[in-house]
Design a protein around this ligand. Sequence first.
Ligand code: ADE
Length: 244
Amino acid sequence: MSAMREENASIIEAMDVEDEHTIGSRTYYSGKLLGKSVVVVFSHWGKVAASITATTLINCFDVKEIIFTGVAGAIDSRLRVGDIVVGTDLYQHDMDASPIIPRHEIPLLGRAAIATGESIRSKLAKAAGDFVSEDFSQHVSLDVVKAFKLEAAAVHQSAIASGDQFVSVSALAEEIGKRLPGVACVEMEGAAVAQVCESFNIPFGVIRTISDGADESSEIDFQSFISEVARVYSLGIVKRYLMQ
Ligand code: ADE
């Protein structure tokens, strides 16, 4: 699954598509990528959109695991554009049923965070590391590397927070970081996929490339990153993941 058409398109282009089904306004492409059976879909944006898509993948396509690839805004100021974050725990930074239950706690679940599958997480971290060290320079032109200062892309494993909000105000990014210490970045879907997968007992992983600093320049950084870089990362990492 991914929340950007551009990322999705590059994966669909690389696979042998055997079937396509449109359900609930999304097209699910089934087929093979590097000989492995996959279903690829553009989730649309936000937690509800991601929940619809993940639920359909599980109930209509009987998938055995779900990987979400995409971009994110940095909350941890040590992260740089082009760095990759493999999610360890997913939080909903906009979940707030207080004072009935503590802020961020998911109603009836009794906790705020949902952990990604351990084996998927370590495979994703290896895939991202291999992509950065082995494949990266073949897929990203020197001009793009220079423009986005991608020379030293690092792979991190950290918590990720999702919410129905594109974070473009640094004060909000800081506040989220204080409310949810340990969260490296923000996006809009991962925690929804986590909650669906938890409900259906399906292992899942979330991997995000930092496209912006979740601050006042995030809109400009985000748009150019998507068109120039994101598609290369997603396909490269997914391929490395399937090769293991
Ligand atoms: N995805 C990429 N950048 C983001 C941001 N700044 N806020 C939310 N989702 C994002």
